[in-house]
Write a protein that binds this ligand. Structure first.
Ligand code: DLL
Length: 434
């Protein structure tokens, strides 16, 4: 179902709405945030001089460290009294970033998240279990409000305690699951251990986000749960969930373009790439009052797609995120994203969907170790089979990615399960995890 007529504007009407909003947001940021005023002035830019959407390209980028350096409220454009909600996201190092929403921001956020759920076919008849963390993470509260707006029943169970999650799912007849894809996979394992089959549940739709999952992983989730799997995307800095979402056509995520203006840039040069090319997504908030973001570099790699979608929405789509510029590894000159390794692993029988990639440096070269669990722990005792499986995985990765990796097979349930986002890469070069 189309939730808001903004999802069906003609390209011309959308561009004109975007320009009007862009001019307003640039003025708002310039007048109320010293950081933006200094940035724009230093670049010789006057808010009155923005006459076309292309003019946006003249504005310098905003990056995560800008938010961190102005912790907690330095980039807010309204006094604290007008903020009705705070959220934050913790990075791997240093202070978290903090964002604030005015009443109007909250209204827009609810509407954007309602669009996410409606596009996946959620209606007032559904019962939706929200297994995202509630708290400073935007996932729980954001999706909660959007789904409630649709009139569906919300089960705000939050993250963790998988047995209780499954008990409520069975007893409440939950039809929609809202979670990170890695947690969904974990839930399917717990189901297996408890002897719960997907037929014992009424689940029919998944609204999965907060991290990506490959089409191969999607197949696995669909097989295990027998549901329609949809992805949605967002980030704290620009709002939280509700930036973009898949419809039932599963062909990329429609961007709420009336609120977020997308650009794709070459991450190395910062130059805006021609439409359709893959690069780093940059977002400008068009309506945010609390903390407007001008040209925020998301670090997420994707491309924009404007071909008409059969669902009838006209808003531009972004492809499923291929990875982040900061989790891309360069192995002997080859760019490798964890998602590419995930795609290979999902095609091998006998290993589980949980994996971890360890990156180290040996003689100035990055080396990769892929740790993956066996589905059957008894295999660990059969040396020959183990060798064969290791070889098969190495060979497949070599064929697809042209790189040699070390493969370590682990006992089932060895890798840490998280109720939120999975840690796929352990980077021992800098002692950081992503
Ligand atoms: O993850 C917001 C969110 C919550 C979106 C729930 C959707 C559902 P952050 O914690 O700030 O915010 O993390 C944002 O997560 O830049 C991406 O790298 C990644 N991410 C989020 N959704 C997806 C997705 C929330 N569908 C960062 N596919 C983003 C791939 C995603 N990556």
């Amino acid at each position: 179902m189309i939730w808001n007529s903004a999802e069906q504007l003609t390209a011309r009407a959308m561009a004109s709405l975007q320009l009007e909003r862009l001019q307003r947001v640039i003025r708002h940021a310039y007048d109320h945030v010293p950081f933006y005023r200094e940035r724009l002035s230093a670049a010789g830019l006057d808010p009155a001089s923005f006459c076309s959407l292309r003019d946006l390209e003249r504005i310098p980028f905003t990056v995560k460290t800008d938010l961190r350096d102005h912790y907690p409220f330095g980039l807010f454009a309204v006094p604290q009294q007008q903020i009705v909600r705070y959220h934050s996201s913790s990075g791997t190092t240093g202070k978290p970033i903090v964002v604030g929403y005015t009443r109007t921001d909250m209204e827009n956020w609810v509407d954007c998240c309602a669009r996410v759920a409606a596009a996946a076919g959620v209606t007032a008849d559904d019962t939706c279990q929200i297994s995202f963390g509630y708290g400073m993470f935007t996932g729980g509260f954001g999706m909660h409000a959007g789904i409630e707006r649709i009139g569906a029943g919300v089960v705000p169970i939050s993250s963790g305690n998988s047995e209780r999650q499954l008990m409520f799912m069975q007893d409440f007849g939950t039809t929609v699951l809202v979670a990170t894809p890695s947690y969904v996979l974990h839930l399917t394992e717990v189901m297996k251990n408890l002897g719960i089959a997907c037929e014992d549940l009424k689940l029919r739709v998944g609204l999965f986000g907060g991290e990506g999952h490959t089409p191969e992983m999607r197949v696995l989730i669909q097989e295990r749960l027998g549901i329609v799997d949809t992805q949605n995307y967002g980030l704290t800095e620009v709002m939280g969930p509700g930036v973009s979402y898949e419809c039932l056509e599963n062909c990329g995520m429609h961007i709420n373009e009336d609120h977020f203006y997308p650009e794709i840039i070459n991450p190395d040069t910062g130059e805006v790439l021609p439409e359709g090319e893959e690069g780093e997504l940059v977002l400008t908030t068009l309506t945010k009052e609390g903390i407007p973001m001008l040209r925020y570099r998301t670090k997420d790699i994707t491309r924009l797609m404007r071909e008409p979608c059969r669902c009838g929405r006209t808003n531009v789509r972004m492809d499923l995120v291929r990875g982040r510029t900061d989790d891309m590894m360069i192995i002997r000159g080859v760019n490798v994203f964890p998602s590419q390794i995930e795609a290979v692993l999902m095609t091998v029988h006998g290993i589980g969907p949980h994996y971890q990639i360890i990156v180290t440096t040996e003689q100035f070269m990055d080396r990769l170790e892929v740790q993956v669990e066996l589905t059957d722990g008894q295999r660990l005792e059969r040396y020959g089979q183990l060798q064969q499986l290791t070889q098969e995985i190495r060979q497949k990765i070599r064929t697809v990615l042209q790189i040699d990796v070390k493969v370590t097979l682990l006992n089932p349930q060895t890798l840490e399960r998280t109720a939120g986002k999975a840690k796929r890469v352990v980077d021992l070069r800098t002692s950081r995890t992503f």
